[in-house]
Design a protein around this ligand. Structure first.
Ligand SMILES: C[S@@+](CC[C@H](N)C(=O)[O-])C[C@H]1O[C@@H](n2cnc3c(N)ncnc32)[C@H](O)[C@@H]1O
Length: 243
C-alpha cells in the first residue's frame, strides 16, 4: 500500500491533528462508531502513559506515534526514541514538539531493524493493518533479541477485525481500511501463538497494557545432552532459560 494513499495521511485525521482536537471516529459500515481521543493524543503524556514508559529499555520505537506525546516524553527523560507514522501531519507535529519521527509505515523498511530494545503499540495501534498476528510478527523483526514490546489492549474483552473509515461526524470521511480490536485475553492468546511471552500485565485508568518478549531464544538454546555440556555452557543456557 502506498504510504501517501494510506487513510491516515489526509482528510479527517490530518485536519484533527492540525487543530489538536476532534471530533473524530472510526466508523464501521454497520454504523458502529469508536470515538478517537485526539485531544489526549495531542496533549502531554499522562500517568497511564508513564506507567508504560517506565518499562522501556534502550532505544525505543513508537509505532504509529501520532502527534508524538510518547516520543517527546521519552526524549525529555533523556531516552533515545523514534516515532514512525504514515501520517505527515502526525510526523510534523511530533517534530514540532521536539521529538524525532519518520513518515513511514511499520511495514516499510525501517532504520535499526532487529536492533530496537523496546517498541510501543499504544492507543489501539495493535489494530494497524487489521491483523494483530501479522503486526506482532513484523514487530518481532524490528526488535533486538530479548527486546520488549509494550502494547495496549482494548478495555473490553473483544476480538474483532473489520473495515472502518475515519469520520469527523460532520459529513467528512476517508477511504475504508482494515482495523482490529483485541482485549487482553485475545491479545495474550495471539501473542503466545506467535512465540511471545507475556512478562507483565497491568491496568492504569482503565487502559490495559501488556509487556511482551519474544520467547524463541529458550527454544533455540535448550541443552539436550547435559552429559556432554560443559558447566559454563549449562550455566549460560539455564540463565537464559530462566530469563
Ligand atoms: C489510533 S491512532 C494512535 C495515535 C497515537 N498513538 C498517538 O499517540 O497519538 C493510529 C496511528 O497509527 C498511524 N498508522 C496507521 N497505520 C500505520 C502504519 N501502517 N504504519 C505506521 N503508522 C500507522 C496513524 O497515522 C495514527 O497516527
Amino acid at each position: 500500500m502506498s504510504t501517501r494513499l494510506a487513510p491516515w495521511c489526509t482528510g479527517p485525521y490530518a485536519t484533527a491533528l492540525r487543530a489538536g482536537r476532534g471530533p473524530l471516529f472510526l466508523r464501521r459500515p454497520d454504523g458502529w462508531v469508536l470515538p478517537l481521543e485526539v485531544e489526549r493524543w495531542c496533549g502531554r503524556a499522562d500517568s497511564a502513559d508513564l506507567s508504560v514508559l517506565r518499562w522501556c529499555r534502550g532505544p525505543v520505537l513508537d509505532i504509529g506515534c501520532g502527534p508524538g506525546r510518547l516520543v517527546v516524553a521519552l526524549s525529555t527523560l533523556g531516552r533515545p526514541a523514534l516515532g514512525i507514522d504514515s501520517s505527515p501531519a502526525a510526523v510534523a507535529r511530533t517534530r514540532r514538539d521536539g521529538g524525532a519521527a519518520l513518515e513511514r509505515s511499520v511495514f516499510d523498511p525501517l532504520p535499526g531493524e532487529g536492533r530496537w530494545r523496546s517498541a510501543l503499540l499504544l492507543d489501539g495501534n495493535i489494530g494497524i493493518g487489521g491483523d494483530p498476528s501479522a503486526l506482532l510478527a513484523r514487530v518481532g523483526e524490528l526488535l533486538a533479541p530479548g527486546g520488549m514490546l509494550l502494547v495496549e489492549a482494548a478495555p473490553a474483552e473483544v476480538e474483532e477485525r473489520f473495515e472502518v473509515r475515519l469520520d469527523d461526524g460532520l459529513g467528512g470521511s476517508g477511504p475504508a481500511f482494515p482495523w482490529a480490536r483485541v482485549g487482553t485475553g485475545a491479545l495474550r492468546a495471539c501473542a503466545e501463538a506467535g512465540g511471545w511471552r507475556v512478562v507483565r500485565e497491568w491496568r492504569c485508568y482503565e487502559r490495559p497494557f501488556l509487556c511482551l518478549r519474544l520467547s524463541h531464544e529458550p527454544r533455540v538454546l535448550r541443552v539436550r545432552n547435559t552429559h556432554t555440556a560443559t558447566p559454563a555452557v549449562m550455566d549460560s543456557a539455564s540463565t537464559r532459560l530462566r530469563g
